[in-house]
Design a protein around this ligand. Sequence first.
Ligand code: GTP
Ligand code: MG
Length: 438
Amino acid sequence: MFEALGDRLAAALKKISGRGVLRPEDVDAGLREVRLALLEADVNFKVVKEFVERVRARLAGAEISPGLTAPQTVIKAVDAELVELLGGNSEGLRYASHPPTVLMLVGLQGSGKTTTAVKLALLARRDGHRPMVVGLDRRRPAAMEQLKILAERNQVAFASEIPKAGPEDVLILDTAGRLHVEAELMAELKQLKSKVKVAETLLVADSMTGQEAVKVGEAFGKEVGVDGVILTKLDGDARGGAALSFRVATGERIRFAGTGEKPTDLEVFHAERMASRILGMGDVLSLIEKAEAAVDKEKAAEVERHLRAGQLSFDDFLSQIRQLRGMGSLESMLEMVPGGGAIKGQLAGANTEKEMQKMEAIILSMTPRERAHPELLDGARKRRIARGSGVQPADVNRLIKARDAMQKLAKQFGAVNRKGRLAGLPGIGGFQKGGAGW
Ligand SMILES: Nc1nc2c(ncn2[C@@H]2O[C@H](COP(=O)(O)OP(=O)(O)OP(=O)(O)O)[C@@H](O)[C@H]2O)c(=O)[nH]1
Ligand SMILES: [Mg+2]
């Protein structure tokens, strides 16, 4: 497995602590790791070189953001640059104002053109259009048959040549591929394009293409002309570096991502997710989604109100603990966040589940009034609560300290986001938008 860039940067920059400006040598150390990680993620070396220089410019004289560590500041800059370079999110399919919208799929052999043709047809149908797939791969009889069967199975109209007129308003052309970039293929595609009024030519590219991606992207871009890229097989173990290579080589954006063999396995391209995937930052998005699913919205709003007012009650605290537990084991969560590996190491041995149970027992031994007014807890009350929950008074003190710390932190960052989670918490706060559905 690749080591996540987040963990790598944390190790490389661990000597820098506190606030202030990133020193040039820190930036260098960080960028060295970024370079290696991107190469491992299969980004073309020329693209990596250019990219690193752009991040360097972004980081020149940059301050370490409040609430973030130095490595996180570097990752944030890398992430922002990646999203920018990738050109943001795709808007999905674009339909011609004068139908039919003709989409021509081109790409190397086995990249996924035929499969993607049907996937796009289903997407167009969901958008309320009447799509038809057109098989133009006459090199292999089996290729035509493959498209026909796949279309029939999904009740998509099929033809083996471009129809003159008909009810269909979206035509998706499936073309032949070749193992490598060849002059003959390019000539064929160019000729086809000169005969048909194509709205968009989409390059279907395998995300495992590796260093070749730039050559492939440049060839199709220059010879045939490409208006966008569809990156396939992202469900495999590719790190997604090819997205960057194809984007730079064609100058066009990635429009869709193929995420499986099924006709429904196609997603509109999402630049932030791809950036996260390239960075190996862990499945932050799914963590956030999980958190959102577990959170009780009304309760969250209440906790937020209390936090803002500096009145975090133990009931709030209890609901936060329960929410955490609802998300699954702490360890599995840590695996999903950047730098989680390091924290997990520190936690080794500590029985976090047991700790949470203990906290819960202590809070349940408090009276409702004590829960709402932590300041009431004097020595006698603490002893009574400890007895009631079967713990030591020191455990009660620890819990009180934890609540105080949480309240203080919330004040310090002055912000609790809409979902009722603390924003700006070191380690997680800076990355809430990231993630990788694929
Ligand atoms: N896992 C996965 N497999 C895919 C994806 N897209 C396509 N495939 C598989 O890749 C293989 C090749 O796909 P095709 O659609 O036949 O590729 P093609 O570009 O039409 O290939 P040629 O016609 O030979 O040029 C098939 O087994 C597909 O099921 C994807 O997003 N994920
Ligand atoms: Mg095919």
